[in-house]
Ligand binder design. Sequence first.
Ligand SMILES: Nc1ncnc2c1ncn2[C@@H]1O[C@H](COP(=O)(O)OP(=O)(O)OP(=O)(O)O)[C@@H](O)[C@H]1O
Ligand SMILES: [Mg+2]
Length: 209
Amino acid sequence: MTKGRFITFEGGDGSGKTTQLQLTVTWLKSQGKDVLQTFEPGDTPLGKEIRRLLLSGEYTPVPASELLLFLADRAQHVEQVIKPALAAGKWVICDRYTDSTLAYQLAGRKLEATRILGDMLVWAEQGLTPNKTIWLDLPVEDAAKRMASREAEGEVANRLDHEKMAFHKAVYQAFSGIQKNASQRVKRIDARRDIAQVQSDIQVVLKSL
Ligand SMILES: Nc1ncnc2c1ncn2[C@@H]1O[C@H](COP(=O)(O)OP(=O)(O)OP(=O)(O)O)[C@@H](O)[C@H]1O
Ligand SMILES: [Mg+2]
């Protein structure tokens, strides 16, 4: 049914997802691919509002409502953006997806990954699993250093950036576990190296598609 390819970029805050995603999009386009670049949360008109509710710092949702807001954003995004693009044969390249929900909203917030929650995640994504997921593996300490220099450059940090170290470690462990359980789909990329080396590894993985 889906003719295109669905590729997600995952990893902790500051692991280089957006940097690598943009380079990957440029590379795929140079290969003649029809590419749609997108992100979560917030890449639909409703999603933009949900993103503001989640990340402005104005509110402190309890873990359950935070999870449900992310899933609302995903349902909207999959149906309105991702599925139509795949059906049109595009390569959809998405900055964060369900693995981030598992890592941040479940593991990070210490919500037990019950069967019902697992089912809800699949339901929100309407069964749409990525063809390939790039996990940018950057230890929490290295990420913290990068984020510090980014803030120094004047970028406003959002609420999630300010979470405690223990939270980020739980997120990291979760990504690591996801990679082990789904090693065919999720490719681990050592994100400690320079930008060009990381990009070259990503291209090797995507060439297999
Ligand atoms: N391989 C690298 N080596 C050194 N610095 C890097 C590397 N990749 C990215 N950076 C820098 O680290 C910072 C974080 O990168 P980026 O914004 O791409 O991460 P991200 O995973 O998208 O973060 P977020 O989760 O906050 O969206 C940026 O300042 C970026 O320029
Ligand atoms: Mg980013």
